[in-house]
Ligand binder design. Structure first.
Ligand code: SF4
Ligand code: SF4
Length: 203
């Protein structure tokens, strides 16, 4: 029977908000937009494989454009850290809206060979000092993990759809337009371009 808590306490060293690149899902982006009113292009960037380590070459969330690959990430300053880290308080400025990955860090789900949930441990290969002077309830973590897995499947499908689209003027930012409600507008613009091209060809 898996334990219902894990010995851990965050000591707010800021490592995870300063040194770790945060990869939000499209649902994280939508939630941040809704709860903060911020324009996604103010807080997102697209990283190339050279700019981000530890993501497998075959990760299904690599966006592809003109032979290059990009990963959607929260903007980050090499020294100051995440775009959303408050420079004065050193706390997350969007705590209630923060991405699921931030909520799951530094926990790692444990499953047996059949994929049955066994509990959580702390990631070994991350820089968190992993202080054990507290107790974290695992049920909320498990619920987050399940939600993150569902979101992950949808994210993969969105990326697959985006990568399959071929049209003139395609930009990597169109991926964000696609899941933030602007896709119908994008489609209209493309249809308009096609209509103009057809009209020009008919002259
Ligand atoms: S969104 Fe908040 S919790 Fe996540 S890395 Fe940025 S500052 Fe840290
Ligand atoms: S690295 Fe660990 S201790 Fe430091 S802020 Fe992140 S979760 Fe807390």
């Amino acid at each position: 029977m898996p334990s219902d808590s894990l010995s851990f306490k965050c000591h707010h060293c800021n490592h995870c908000c300063t040194d770790v690149i945060c990869l939000p899902s499209p649902w994280d982006v939508r939630r941040i937009m809704r709860m903060t009113g911020q324009d996604p292009f103010d807080f997102l960037e697209f990283l190339t494989p050279e700019e981000i380590e530890d993501v497998d070459d075959d990760d299904p969330t690599w966006l592809e454009l003109n032979g290059a690959k990009y990963m959607m990430a929260l903007k980050r300053d090499e020294v100051l850290g995440c775009h959303f880290l408050n420079r004065d308080t050193k706390l997350c400025s969007i705590y209630e809206a923060r991405p699921l990955l931030c909520r799951l860090y530094p926990f790692k789900v444990e499953e047996d060979d059949a994929g049955t949930y066994q509990g959580f441990t702390l990631h070994e290969d991350v820089g968190c000092p992993k202080h054990a002077d507290g107790a974290v309830a695992l049920k909320p973590l498990y619920d987050l993990y399940v939600q993150d897995s569902i979101n992950g499947e949808d994210y993969n499908e969105l990326v697959e759809f985006f990568n399959a689209q071929k049209y003139p003027g395609k930009e990597i930012e169109d991926f964000v337009v696609m899941f933030t409600g602007g896709f119908s507008k994008l489609r209209e613009n493309l249809d308009e371009q096609e209509r103009e091209k057809a009209a020009d060809a008919a002259k």
